[in-house]
Ligand binder design. Structure first.
Ligand SMILES: Nc1ncnc2c1ncn2[C@@H]1O[C@H](COP(=O)(O)OP(=O)(O)OP(=O)(O)O)[C@@H](O)[C@H]1O
Ligand SMILES: [Mg+2]
Length: 463
């Protein structure tokens, strides 16, 4: 008997059928990969299972019994846990404190921290999670924070674990470690739903694969019965080019010149220690290192979000070492930030407004402080079209788009501005194969047009 079974789940949002009578079953001891293009309805379906959204119709059965899941509390009580792409941990607190939070205290309203700590350590050892119960969240790298989320779900008694794009934020090494953890979970009898866009991961980790397209489940397969090309075709409904061809471009004059740059991090420690490099017109320079080695501080300094301690940054003939974020945009620097929620988008603004951020004071969108709604709308519609942003209209709030479509909005805006220098951090994070193909094409196009590109990526293949 399946641990979880969905029958005909339907969920409609204004203008979109996010889930169109989707059925699936999940067996104990298996890893089910959920695959589909950006906006296909994967997160919606799993949010229904976890009680964050309620379906318009359809049934959920747990251990063969029909259940109503009205909140995450209900889901947790039924043994269903979920780890979101954006973690929900409280940074100043320790691992144990985060894990016991939200759990009812013991008798007399007292939380038994000693017992909690022992249990955290025990679960951590059992599944090879290697998390220190006393570490503070803010001192842990992203991969470890994710393990804390997994540990929290296990502590709460999860038998079913849903992971929504867990590898998007991880380095290749952390990905391999996560796979080992997930394997040991299913070996102990748990069931795991794994959402990812990376086809090689699906092939490596899944027992079974369910493909969704435009809200509907369109097929099921196993890694032994398909390959990456087959999966891409099932997802997109057409052939996708998985390798990009780079044409050769003649390199021109320097666009960006960085000289002996020193930048401090938030703790006032020197994170960028006297870095010098240049990027010429028609060049893409990539930084491949593991995050936490000064990339963030370097990027912040380049785009005007952090004042360097010393050194110079020149964009063509302009010294932008101490430029503000706005004057850096005006000078011709575009930035695709690492964290689209914190920096890339205003989730409460609609799509057209988000596509305009940074250009909202300049022609043709505004003159002397007056906004030209018509030209804004035309621009928004064109970019939605060009970048295949899946949305019913430009009036949808950014927060209501699927994760990948939010990323496309940021990319569309930053490249659409026609910059001299594009600083792109993880530009294809969370994108499906078709969208990656498109964004890579756009970046190569910038290069062909004699622009300079700084690419920061965890993925060696992308580089
Ligand atoms: N709260 C909401 N309000 C309105 N529309 C929504 C909301 N949440 C999701 N949608 C829409 O439902 C559709 C499915 O979105 P969902 O987030 O499930 O996609 P996804 O498969 O997870 O995509 P991605 O790979 O980009 O994360 C999208 O068209 C999205 O815009
Ligand atoms: Mg999603």
């Amino acid at each position: 008997m399946p641990v979880v079974e969905l029958r005909g789940i339907k969920k409609v949002f204004p203008g979109v059928v996010a889930n169109d009578r989707v059925s699936l079953s999940l067996e104990q001891g298996e890893i089910l990969a959920l695959l589909g293009e950006n906006g296909a309805g994967k997160s919606t379906l799993m949010n229904v299972v976890y009680g964050l959204l309620s379906a318009d119709s359809g049934e959920i059965l747990v251990d063969g019994v029909p259940v109503k899941i009205k909140s995450p509390r209900d889901a947790i009580d039924l043994g269903i846990g979920m780890v979101h792409q954006h973690f929900m941990l409280i940074e100043p607190l320790t691992v144990t404190e985060n894990i016991v939070m939200g759990r009812e205290p013991g008798r007399f309203g007292v939380i038994d921290f000693k017992a909690a700590r022992d249990k955290v350590r025990e679960i951590s050892t059992r599944y090879g999670l290697k998390v220190d119960p006393d570490a503070r969240i803010l001192d842990l790298p992203v991969g470890m924070q994710q393990r804390v989320e997994i540990l929290k779900a296990l502590y709460q008694g999860a038998r079913v674990l849903i992971l929504d794009e867990p590898t998007a934020v991880l380095t290749p090494h952390e990905v391999r470690e996560l796979f080992a953890v997930v394997r040991s979970l299913v070996n102990e009898g748990l069931a795991v739903v794994f959402i990812t866009h990376k086809l090689e991961e699906v092939m490596a980790v899944a027992d079974r694969i369910l493909v969704m397209r435009a809200g509907a489940a369109v097929g099921e397969t196993r890694p032994s019965d398909t390959d990456e090309i087959g999966l891409a075709r099932m997802m997109v409904g057409r052939d996708v080019v998985l390798d990009i061809e780079k044409t050769s471009v003649t390199v021109g004059a320097p666009v960006l010149q960085v000289d002996d740059l020193r930048v401090l991090d938030d703790r006032k420690l020197e994170a960028v220690k006297g870095v010098s490099f240049e990027i010429r017109a028609g060049e893409i320079v990539a930084i491949a290192g593991v995050s936490g080695n000064g990339q963030t501080e370097l990027v912040d300094a380049l785009v005007g979000l952090r004042r360097p301690a010393s050194g110079t940054i020149r964009l063509k003939d302009t010294d932008i070492t101490r430029a503000s974020a706005r004057s850096s945009i005006e000078a011709g620097v575009s930035h695709i930030p690492e964290d689209r929620h914190r920096r890339g988008l205003v989730l409460e603004f609609d799509l057209a407004e988000n596509l305009l951020i940074g250009d909202h004071r300049v022609a043709p969108y505004a003159t002397r402080g007056i906004m030209h709604t018509r030209s804004v709308r035309t621009m928004a519609r064109k970019r939605i079209d060009d970048y295949d942003i899946r949305t019913p209209s430009e009036h949808v709030l950014a927060g209501n788009l699927s994760g990948g479509n939010q990323q496309k909005v940021v990319v569309a805006r930053e490249i659409g501005r026609d910059p001299e220098l594009l600083v792109a951090a993880q530009p294809t994070r969370g994108l499906d194969v078709g969208a990656i193909e498109f964004v890579h094409g756009q970046i190569l196009n910038e290069r062909a047009r004699g622009k300079a590109v700084l690419l920061i990526s965890l993925e060696l293949e992308e580089i």
